[in-house]
Design a protein around this ligand. Structure first.
Ligand SMILES: *Cc1c(COP(=O)(O)O)cnc(C)c1O
Length: 714
């Protein structure tokens, strides 16, 4: 039972479904639905937050009454609602026609983070956006899915940078009543409350729901009166706290999350774990079956045959390991419910290379899932080598971990003005059929000057956003250094590189700063200048990451750089949209082989922003010689290899990118450059879309797992 009604004090009858639309993130990837809210806001300025729930709940009664009588508004409203019903409430879908009747039990998709929209701060980075894009695509394709995750009212962190470039974390609490989420109630109309009896004092949580097209996402909220302060904080922020708090977080996600589905009567047929944080969902599913009378063996065979596990990183810190003593504290009374001994249970999570370290969530998920995958071809190789020792008797290439390369949700990440251009040249069906490469050949028919005109507009919009932010900071009396570093001197005629990702050390944000003299020569070339915009947050406990950020910031405020390096504070989904649409080149120079996939380069690529990247992650598959630029990246991590890699980077910039960009005709268009843009769109849009990705999951994993589940006893 959910009521959007209570969120909105007043909605006229004729347009009352605006409430339903505002509470379904479907609007966020449908420009015509978005424009309905812009229209209501008048000029759009009041819709700056892009949160339609906030907009509608604060809207004057008279404005809404006028809209309900305005025939132009009503025509658009009716068209949007008709499309909404055709997509969200329809039974027919790709999944129905190609896989099976979606009326059967859904797939439960568990993830510690979901990046859906900047009004919902439930993400830290790429893993979250992958999960968010995944759910949106499941909605589009009609894959019957329910998501389970956390509602982090304090999000990841809000970032401000001090005048000397040190990251400061500011916290801000989500206003639940004005966010596009609804509280879930039980059948008596009370807030659904779940009790997880896992420690001396039970932990309680309430449940919220975000609706993503057809897909519901249930969100755990432990910040309620029934809990003591320590337990209230379990779901307050992402990846915060000590090992114990993290263990409890993961227990609540896996075990508590499964209990939500139970409480709502949602029997899931397949369990998909997006990274190992939620692996305890496997245990709870086994426990439920054992409770119903199945033996442990049968129960675990059934669960294993219907579990999909996606691993996302070769970085060791990305794999949680919990000391056995700590595990004892929480699992002592739980293990007997599984009809297992302590040793048997702990062996499932043991890493043979490091048997005393504790319970390894990834090792556990790998052993207990019939379908395991990495997120790019290269990451598949790296992962098989990393975990070969779990299968010592098979050759490395036969280690049962495959790969499905990540993709991005095209309707979310394509700029709407570019989409309008595609509407004209790619035929009416391009968006419906966007994983079909042949549609994209028509990009060649777009006149160079038209594509360039749209791109230039997007770049000016990006620069205007940066300057507006600088103005706001100036009003707050920020230090002049901060204003200087925020891109106020950026010029839309200058070749612009963008680099935005978490400041994790292996991503090497400072690679391009290796040789400052050479860089200054590139940036300050009087005829062919270059500017670079950076954004990204360091993990609050990662001092090395904060130091990287400080180096970038110091470069940005260095007078010799002449304002040609900028740092945008508080990178989030909204800033990402501006950047991946508006820069000229997307820079990515991770230390191979640590980039499992990377997705921001795909977002840029589909918008005609070519990728300049080390050959790692998705780029090994994506680079074809004409759609961007690549350099090898040395496979060992040392100061010497950074020098070699930086040298390659400078040389590609000086010899290839800069001359190509400035090779302009009288009209100011470089047709050789636009050719690279077109190749970038043609190659990234079909192959690195979440549409291609989710279809692969459905056909390689879900189909098999579902047919097993259909024959399974309940
Ligand atoms: C896409 C995205 C990411 C992930 O980008 P990577 O290239 O995988 O590092 C992180 N943060 C935001 C806001 C994004 O939109």
């Amino acid at each position: 039972m959910n009521s959007y009604g209570s969120k909105f004090p007043y909605l006229p009858e004729r347009i009352s479904r605006l409430g339903e639309l505002a509470c379904n993130l479907w609007w966020s990837w449908h420009p015509e639905a978005k424009s309905l809210f812009y229209l209501l806001a008048g000029n759009g300025t009041e819709f700056k937050s892009q949160n339609p729930v906030l907009l509608l709940s604060e809207m004057e009664k008279s404005v809404l009454d006028n809209a309900a009588k305005d025939s132009r508004f009503l025509r658009r409203y009716d068209a949007v609602m008709a499309r909404f019903d055709a997509e969200v409430n329809a039974y027919d879908s790709w999944f129905y026609s190609k896989v099976q009747d979606p009326g059967l039990y859904p797939i439960a998709y568990f993830s510690a983070e979901f990046g859906l929209h900047h009004s919902l701060p439930f993400y830290a980075g790429g893993l979250g956006f992958l999960a968010g894009d995944f759910l949106k695509e499941c909605s589009d394709l009609g894959v019957p899915t329910v998501g389970v995750g956390f509602m982090y009212p304090e999000g990841y962190l809000h970032q401000k940078v001090s005048a000397d470039g040190w990251q400061m974390n500011e916290s801000e609490t989500l206003d639940r009543s004005h966010a596009p989420i609804c509280r879930v109630h039980d059948k008596d109309g009370q807030p659904l409350t779940i009790k997880v009896p896992i420690s001396e004092r039970s932990i309680y949580f309430e449940v919220w729901k975000a609706q993503i097209g057809r897909v519901p996402l249930y969100l755990i909220d432990t910040d309620i009166d029934a809990n003591d302060p320590w337990n209230r904080g379990i779901s307050s922020r992402l990846y915060i706290g000590d090992s114990e708090q993290r263990l409890v977080q993961e227990i609540i996600l896996g075990i508590g999350g499964t209990q939500i589905l139970n409480a709502l009567g949602i029997r899931h047929s397949v369990l998909h774990l997006n990274e190992g944080h939620s692996s305890f969902a496997i245990l709870e599913r086994i426990r439920e079956k054992v409770e119903k009378g199945l033996g442990y063996r049968d129960a675990s065979d059934q669960v294993r045959a219907t579990t999909v596990f996606t691993t996302h990183t070769p970085v060791p810190a990305g794999h949680d390991v919990f000391p056995f003593a700590l595990m004892d504290k929480y699992f002592e009374s739980y293990i007997p419910l599984l009809e297992m001994s302590r040793d048997e249970f702990y062996r499932l999570g043991m890493d043979p290379r490091n048997p005393d370290a504790g319970f390894n969530m990834t090792a556990f998920a790998l052993r207990m899932s019939a379908y395991c995958n990495a997120v790019s071809k290269r990451h598949g190789e790296v992962t098989r080598s990393m975990w070969h020792h779990l299968w010592p008797n098979v050759p490395e290439r036969e280690v049962p971990i495959g790969y499905i390369t990540n993709g991005v949700h095209v309707p979310t990440w394509i700029d709407s003005r570019l989409a309008t251009l595609f509407n004209r040249y790619l035929g009416p069906n391009w968006l419906n059929d966007h994983d079909n490469p042949s549609i994209w050949q028509l990009v060649d028919d777009i006149p160079d000057a038209e594509l360039w005109r749209v791109h230039r507009l997007l770049k000016m919009i990006l620069i205007a956003m940066m300057q507006e932010r600088a103005r706001e900071r100036w009003r707050e009396h920020a230090d002049p250094n901060i204003i200087m570093a925020s891109g106020i001197m950026f010029d839309p005629n200058t070749l612009t590189l963008g680099f935005a990702r978490r400041f994790a050390t292996y991503k090497r944000a400072n690679l391009i700063l290796q040789d400052m003299e050479r860089l200054k020569g590139i940036l300050n070339n009087p005829k062919r200048p270059v500017q670079i915009v950076f954004a990204g947050k360091a993990h609050p406990a990662d001092n090395a990451g904060k130091q990287l950020l400080q180096r970038v910031f110091n470069a940005a405020r260095d007078p010799d750089i002449g304002g040609r390096v900028a740092f945008i504070e508080d990178y989030d989904e909204e800033i990402a949209q501006y950047l991946v649409h508006g820069v000229d080149v997307w820079l990515n120079n991770p230390q191979p082989p640590f980039e499992a996939s990377g997705t921001s380069g795909m977002k840029a690529g589909i918008n005609g922003v070519p990728h300049l990247s080390a050959l790692d992650g998705w780029w090994i598959e994506g680079y074809n010689g004409s759609n961007g630029w690549a350099f090898d990246g040395k496979n060992e991590w040392s100061a010497a290899s950074d020098i070699v890699d930086a040298e390659e980077l400078y040389s590609i910039l000086e010899k290839q990118i800069v001359p190509l960009y400035y090779d302009k005709d009288e009209a100011g268009v470089s047709s050789a450059w636009v050719k690279v843009m077109k190749e970038s769109i043609k190659s990234a849009a079909p192959m690195f879309s979440s549409r291609r990705m989710v279809k692969e999951y459905a056909l390689k994993f879900y189909q098999d797992a579902l047919s097993y589940a259909n024959g399974m006893s309940p």
